[in-house]
Design a protein around this ligand. Structure first.
Ligand code: 4AD
Ligand code: MG
Length: 443
């Protein structure tokens, strides 16, 4: 009978049996009569040993890294001291490199094109190959788990997933970052956020969420801005601002908990980010006005190099320094009306500020932006006017305030930023498959 075909990160049930595996040569080394290779298949690594005639065949002697192989042999347990992945070793008795499976060696080998010193831009030009590297593939595998965890948490909270359009004719976060395009001779944009569409789902579906792409024509090259990013957005009906903060804290912590409950994923995270620990609850809550005072006290200047004053934007550098010093997640709340989006609800007692929140996280800064939504029709129309946005195209949004309005709120979380924090990556560019940012739209 044919040996059982198994993936490399398989369970203990196949130990001691003869198995068939497929994968690519991750590493290889020779010791006199013996050849060791580490095989990789995206599920794990496996040490394979070739001895006797098998190690002396033409294919074995000319083996190049990344070559695909089919291998059969007995899977044996080895002591931890042997440094074999998962403490197991495959003793090969048969292998085959099928037609077309051989990887380029010599000057074309990946390892000759990419080294530790290769420029980041070159690594991204070769993203289709560098994705095979240990760090890149771990981040992508953790990403899959995190996305799954968000879905799971939202299901625990009985929220429903929807899929709003990406091609739109309305803006959400300001005209400066809109990608415009010609839509059958009409002006249209790539969506900046699905928020407005989520709000329209509340009356029919209850609390909703989506995990979709958002697009921003960001012209600054920072380590946390992409032109296309994955946006986890949610909208909750009949809530207070405090409910929104409690919900956010729960979602973030529960996503971490679910992600880390898978031993393979937890191992990847701890290898990428050895100091990682689940954040303590409750998160620190700080009003914007307190943050301004804090920045002044700590001598951290604004973008113009001057002392921060009420009404200033807290720019990326200052925000990051503040978060790193505080060194725990912070809910920064109650931003002034002028520096926030038109749709944000004003605070009842302090009408100069909004019921808004940014969640800041050490190493990254803002990972979430959210708020309560203005739900009074006249107030919303006044906000459109203040922002000089023509409300005509927003009739489907403003109508929500005519047909049974409600106190509601929501938020958007940048998945790549969340991953940059969890996996301790310097830039969000390394937290997506094929990053898009100013100057790059390929591969
Ligand atoms: O703060 P933002 O702009 O808020 C909104 O878009 C709201 N309409 C969301 C909502 O309430 N439904 O964006 C939300 C989050 C940010 O906190 C950040 O994590 C991420 O989206 N983000 C980006 N991530 C990568 N590249 C960019 N250019 C990003 N812009 C925002
Ligand atoms: Mg924001």
């Amino acid at each position: 009978t044919d040996p059982k075909k198994v993936k490399l990160g398989n369970g203990t049930d196949v130990l001691g049996t003869r198995v068939r595996v497929f994968g690519r040569v991750h590493r290889e080394r020779r010791q006199k009569e013996v050849m060791f290779i580490t095989l990789r298949d995206g599920y794990g690594l496996m040490q394979v040993i070739f001895t006797g005639p098998l190690a002396k065949t033409y294919d074995a002697l000319t083996l190049t890294r990344e070559t695909s192989m089919e291998i059969c042999g007995e899977l044996r347990e080895v002591p931890p001291g042997a440094h074999a992945p998962n403490n197991r070793e495959l003793h090969a008795d048969y292998f085959k490199i099928h037609k077309g499976w051989k990887a380029a060696g010599g000057d074309d080998a990946i390892t000759n094109r990419v080294s530790k010193d290769t420029e980041h831009a070159t690594l991204l030009d070769l993203r289709h190959l560098t994705l095979r590297g240990e760090t890149a593939s771990k981040v992508m595998i953790v990403r899959d788990a995190v996305e799954y965890a968000f879905n799971q948490v939202y299901k625990e909270l009985r929220m429903r997933k929807v899929s709003p359009p990406a091609l739109v004719q309305t803006q959400v976060e300001g005209g400066a970052t809109l990608f415009k395009f010609d839509y059958y001779n009409e002006k249209a944009f790539l969506t900046q956020s699905s928020q407005l569409y989520l709000e329209t789902c509340l009356p029919s579906m209850g609390d909703v969420y989506c995990i979709e792409k958002s697009f921003r024509a960001e012209k600054s090259l920072t380590r946390r801005h992409l032109a296309e990013y994955t946006h986890v957005e949610a909208e909750l009906d009949f809530i207070t601002f405090d409910d929104l903060l409690d919900h956010l804290e729960l979602v973030i912590c529960r996503v971490v908990e679910i992600t880390m409950s898978d031993p393979t994923i937890a191992k990847h995270v701890m290898e990428l980010n050895p100091e990682f620990k689940v954040p303590d609850r409750p998160f620190k809550r700080m009003k914007y006005s307190e943050a301004i005072k804090w920045l002044v006290e700590h001598g951290i200047p604004n973008e113009d190099g001057e002392e921060h004053k009420f009404g200033d934007d807290i720019a990326e550098a200052a925000e990051r320094r503040m978060t790193d010093i505080i060194n725990r997640p912070v809910f920064l709340t109650h931003f002034p009306v002028e520096i926030k989006a038109f749709y944000m609800q004003k605070d009842k007692d302090e009408p100069l500020v909004t019921e808004s929140v940014d969640c800041l996280i050490p190493g990254v800064g803002e990972i979430v932006g959210g708020s309560m939504r203005m739900y009074d029709y006249d107030e919303l129309m006044a906000a459109f006017e203040r922002e000089k946005i023509d409300p005509a195209a927003y009739y489907w949004y403003t109508d929500q305030r005519k047909y049974g309005s409600s106190p509601h709120g929501g938020y958007g979380l940048g998945l790549e930023r969340f991953l940059a924090w969890l996996c301790k990556q310097h830039t969000v560019r390394d937290c997506c498959l094929y990053p898009r940012y100013f100057g790059r739209c390929a591969p």
